[in-house]
Design a protein around this ligand. Sequence first.
Ligand code: SF4
Length: 238
Amino acid sequence: MRKQLSATGAKPVMGIGSCLVGNAVRYDGQAKCPGSHVQAICEAFEMRAFCPEMGVGMGVPRPPIELVGSENSVRVLDVATHSKEYTVPLAGYAQKVLDMAPDLCGYILVRGSPSCGYEGVKRHSDNGNRLASDQQGIFAMALAVADPLLPLEDDERLNNPGLRESFVARAHAYHDWKLLCDDGLSAHKLVEFYSLHKPDCEALERILADTDRLPLEELSRIFITALMAALSHRSAKT
Ligand code: SF4
């Protein structure tokens, strides 16, 4: 059984797109059917469901939206007329989610959504032609910027065993990291934390071999960034 730092044994808190847990919040009033791997994660974590489009008052049913623009400058517009823009409120909803659920340790995004897509979301030209499938959703992009350590995946990528294992490992690590920060950090606790989550990373071992070199705050920031990257890199090799 996995060791954890929590004395209470409470489940770590995971965010998820609301339509993935059966809520009929999609633009057409439907829900999305989650795969068995998403369902298994839902049982192992305490889930908090959010719908950015509902959260910014778009209602249901609602006109569909799409990403429009160049690769590095996309906007979210209504599909039918491109006259209504939702970019700023949908991006701003990411910080609201983090404020509402400061204990989030991961987030399951929704494949293909212009709001919640993790990757490969369709991008269109001003006249509506499809240009590429190379984007993150606007909410997902803002979430990654607002909390760069927060593990993100989407429902379809979680079908990949390596990506799934890495995501769950990173979520547990981030949960434990938040508990450790609340409890008070020390160089000794960093070493203990590393041995608990050990991603087999030489760079991390070098950081921990020289804990006197940097102030604890800076050391901790470098440490957790490197540890989460190492856990993520492990999935990329799978
Ligand atoms: S993909 Fe995101 S914005 Fe769209 S219905 Fe699901 S939770 Fe809401």
